[in-house]
Every structure is written in structure tokens, then in C-alpha cells.
Design a protein around this ligand. Structure first.
Ligand code: ZN
Length: 505
């Protein structure tokens, strides 16, 4: 390309960026012109529409908007407008990349990571996220920052003493780290002495969640990652009591479960959402074949209308931490800042890989098999059970569990795109993926009066895409403009590459 042409191109690029950036003040009215509207509540795409936005809400979707005065006009010619995406399973409070023992030394980098975190979700089009174990001080901080997705939550997860989570913490600190416990007589040997069991009933746990402003309640049916650990679990009675109390309060009842047995326990307790796919059952761990055990669990979930977050990235992310594959992937530079990348490339940055290898060395249920083979089998199991569940008529929800573990396997924002890519590769149709990440997620979490589709009155959380997402999953990584609360942001301004370069953040 000639130098002159490059100069002109750069000028055009700068001007088009300024067209939005110049008016990032209080954007009262926005008009997106001549755009193809793709919304999950419509049977088909609607070409050449004008979308009117006022005070952060969608005002109208019309053929012609003559006479509408807009502060900001966006040319949608040749582009596709979709609702902002929803990731219904995140954990905003946990930095999985910096070793806790390095935190003091690398505080600046940690702060930089946190500042970029909400921007990274937006960069990949996630305008709403649901934190399933929400602690205001640790997870709620992006609320009120200028560029943040909408944050919904389940309050603090409800756990039992000696169970998943508390089992890692000395009894005297358990209530500090996991304050929303439920007392059960049979686990009383692990119960923190200073806590009055009468204050830790299922009803009290639900009240705490309600008081925190939650939309859902999350609890855990986890026996120990398919035999790796042996943890206490809430009894069927506790699960049922939580379910009833949550439903009485209008909360969505979410149960963490990833084994066939735990899926069945969640279903028996009338879970609305199962917060993981299925990758543990009684069989040789390197054997991925779906046996009658997972098939029955899948059938029960479909029959009971429990929606499922397959969270393939939980197992795939472990593989990525092991092979460090994402470290060579250019796309990671849009979601992780240069400071954190430098740390991850340093000797100290290898801690999560060392930790994972150590975990397998100590707890490998079949030591004769190397971790990568076990993880590959888990990925195959999770993928095949997702496809079977979907083909049997089950409702999938896009929920990634970002970050599911320490390490580089679940980078914020990008992880959601990778999850969608894996679904597409497994053969989940693109229109199903679209619904799972928008209206189905909104409905499952009772947020569809606000988000999930492009309809008058809803929040103007929208994505302008260069490519049709019903043609290719890559469209979700080809975003031109992210609109949050009616405010349009050029995607490039949300990249980690432009943190601190962007006056609008
Ligand atoms: Zn989770």
C-alpha cells in the first residue's frame, strides 16, 4: 500500500473514531441508522432499520426515523445490531493470575488488572454479567466505574461446613471466608465453634442473600471433583429447604454440580439452573463414552426443565493453563494488560502451572495417566454431554465461570468468546448460541424485562457487529461498537492495549 493511501486511511479511521468519542458526554439520544436488527425475539433479521435510543433505553425500532433529533448518529449500513451478551456465571472478585504471596509486590499490576477487568468483558460484548458468589467489597467494585457491564448477583453462595470451599479453610476462619453457611448436625465436627447453629438455617441463608440485593441463590452439590477429594455436601433436605425458601422469595435457584450424581441431586431439589456441564461419572476417567449414568442425568434435567451452563471453559481452561497455549494467542493482549503479561512471562508468573501440576501429582485419581489425557477426556465428556442435552431439547445458558481456576486458562471476556467458539465447534447451532447468550439467559434469571432482546423500553445495551452472528461465531469477535446504557463505545477503546490511553475511561 502506498504511504499516501495509508495516511488517508489513518485519517478516516481517526475521524470515524472521533465521531463517537467526541460526544461521550451524557448521550441522551442516539440513532443507529440503516442497520440489520437481529434479536432473539424475532423470527428473522430485519434489514435497514433505524434504532432510536433515549436516556439509556431503546425508544423505537422503525423503518424511517425522519424528524428524530439525535445527539449521536451511528451509521449501521452493512452492520448487524444485536442485544449485548450476558455471561451468567462469573466471579469478579478473584484475580487468578497473580500469586497471593506476590500481591504486595505486584499491587500496581493487580490494580491495573482490576481496572481492565470490566473493560475486557465489554470488549467481548458482555454488557451484563452475573456473579454467582458475590461479595460486595471484592466483586462489586466495578459498579459505578464508568465502563462496566451491568452486574447482577446471587449474593454469597450457601455452603456447608467441611464442604466445597470451607474444606480448604481452617475451621476458625471459615465463617470469615464463607459467611453464608448452613448448619447440619451430621457435619457438626467441622462447624466453627463460635457460630450459633440456630442462626445458620436454610431460611437464614436465603434471607442473607435477599438482603444483599441478589436475583438468585447459589449452593453447591460437590462431592470432590469425581473422587479427587471427599467433601461434605448439603443433604437432600437442606437442598430442598433452600430451593423452597429461594423460590418463595422469587429467587432463581442455582446449583453447582458437575457429576451425574450431583446433577440428579440438583434436579431432585428443583434447581432452575445447573451451574456446570457434566464431566464426572463412574467410569475409567480416560474413557469419555457417555454411559447410562450421565444419560439418565441428562434426561432428568431435560424433563425437569433445568437450564444448564455447560461451562466448557472450566475444563478447557485447565488444559490452557497446562499447555500455556493462550500466552501465545494475540487475542489475550486485548484483555490482559502489558504489566500482567510481563508478570506471567516471568519465573514468578509460573506459579499457577506449578500449582496445577502439584495438584495432579498429589491427587491424581489414576496416577498412571498423565494430567493432559485426563483433562482431554473431561473436555470430551463435557462437550458430548452438552450436545446430547441440547439435542434432547435442554436449554443451554452461556455461563463461563470466569475465572474457574487459578492460571491463564480463563481470561476475562475472551473466555466467553472461547466458550461460544467451542459450542459452535461441537455443533451447537449458531441461533441457539445466540439465544443462550441473550434472551434465554435473561429469561432464566428473570431479567428479560430489562435485557436480552432489542425491544422498545429495554436497556440500550447493544452490540454493533461487522459480521452476521448467525453466519459465523467469529462475528462475536468482530464488534464495531459496544453500547452500554445507551452510550456507544468504540471497541478498540475497551482493549487492554488502550488502557490509560483512552480519555473516556
Ligand atoms: Zn463458579
Amino acid at each position: 500500500m502506498k504511504r499516501q493511501t495509508i495516511k488517508i486511511l489513518i485519517c478516516i479511521l481517526l475521524i470515524s473514531r472521533m465521531a463517537i468519542a467526541a460526544e461521550t458526554g451524557p448521550a441522551e439520544t442516539v440513532l443507529i441508522e440503516n442497520v440489520t436488527v437481529i434479536s432473539p425475539h424475532l423470527d428473522q433479521a430485519q434489514p435497514n432499520m433505524d434504532v432510536l435510543i433515549q436516556d439509556g433505553r431503546i425508544l423505537d425500532i422503525v423503518k424511517t426515523s425522519a424528524g428524530f433529533h439525535a445527539n449521536i448518529r451511528i451509521d449501521g449500513q452493512g452492520k448487524f445490531l444485536i442485544p449485548g451478551l450476558i455471561d451468567s456465571h462469573v466471579h469478579l472478585g478473584h484475580n487468578p493470575l497473580i500469586n497471593r504471596t506476590d500481591l504486595k509486590e505486584y499491587q500496581t499490576i493487580h490494580n491495573e488488572y482490576r481496572r481492565q477487568l470490566p473493560r475486557s468483558f465489554l470488549f467481548h460484548g458482555f454488557t451484563s454479567v452475573i456473579d454467582l458468589d458475590y461479595e460486595p467489597a471484592r466483586s462489586g467494585w466495578p459498579t459505578g466505574t464508568e465502563l462496566s457491564p451491568e452486574i447482577y448477583h446471587c449474593g454469597r453462595g450457601v455452603r456447608v461446613a467441611g464442604g466445597y470451599g470451607p474444606a480448604f479453610v481452617p475451621p476458625e476462619f471459615v465463617h470469615k471466608v464463607f459467611p453464608n453457611l448452613v448448619y447440619e448436625q451430621r457435619h457438626s465436627n467441622n462447624w466453627p465453634e463460635r457460630l450459633d447453629p440456630d442462626l445458620y438455617t436454610a431460611g437464614a441463608a436465603v434471607r442473607r442473600v435477599v438482603q444483599s440485593g441478589a436475583i438468585c441463590l447459589k449452593t453447591y452439590s460437590e462431592s470432590g471433583f469425581g473422587g479427587v477429594f471427599d467433601w461434605s455436601q448439603p443433604s437432600a433436605e437442606t437442598l430442598a429447604a433452600l430451593s423452597k425458601a429461594a423460590h418463595d422469595e422469587g429467587l432463581v435457584f442455582v446449583v453447582h454440580a458437575n457429576s451425574a450424581t450431583d446433577w440428579q441431586r440438583a434436579i431432585a431439589a428443583d434447581a432452575d439452573v445447573i451451574a456446570h456441564g457434566l464431566w464426572h461419572w463412574n467410569a475409567d476417567r480416560k474413557d469419555a463414552q457417555l454411559t447410562s449414568e450421565p444419560l439418565s442425568a441428562i434426561e432428568a434435567a431435560v424433563e425437569n426443565k433445568a437450564a444448564v451452563q455447560p461451562s466448557l471453559r472450566v475444563v478447557e481452561g485447565e488444559s490452557n493453563t497446562l499447555d500455556q497455549g493462550l500466552m501465545q494467542d494475540q487475542r489475550i493482549l486485548d484483555v490482559l494488560t502489558p504489566g500482567i503479561m510481563d508478570y506471567l512471562r516471568s519465573d514468578k508468573g509460573q506459579w499457577s502451572l506449578t500449582q496445577l501440576l502439584e495438584l495432579y501429582r498429589k491427587h491424581n485419581p489414576q496416577p498412571e495417566i498423565v494430567p493432559s489425557v485426563l483433562i482431554s477426556a473431561s473436555i470430551q465428556r463435557a462437550t458430548d454431554s452438552m450436545v446430547t442435552f441440547h439435542q434432547s431439547g435442554g436449554a443451554l445458558l452461556l455461563g463461563t465461570d470466569t475465572p474457574a481456576q487459578d492460571g491463564t486458562g480463563n481470561p476475562p471476556g475472551l473466555n466467553g468468546f472461547l466458550e461460544m467458539t467451542s459450542w459452535a465447534k461441537a455443533g451447537i447451532p449458531l441461533d441457539s448460541i445466540f439465544r443462550s447468550a441473550t434472551l434465554d439467559n435473561a429469561r432464566a434469571f428473570k431479567l428479560d424485562h430489562e435485557i436480552g432482546s432489542i425491544e422498545p423500553g429495554k436497556q440500550a445495551d447493544l452490540l454493533l457487529l461487522n459480521t452476521n452472528p448467525l453466519d459465523t461465531v467469529e462475528a462475536y469477535n468482530d464488534i464495531s461498537v459496544v453500547m452500554i446504557d445507551g452510550r456507544p463505545i468504540n471497541r478498540g477503546d475497551l482493549s487492554a492495549r488502550s488502557l490509560d490511553k483512552n480519555p473516556a475511561q
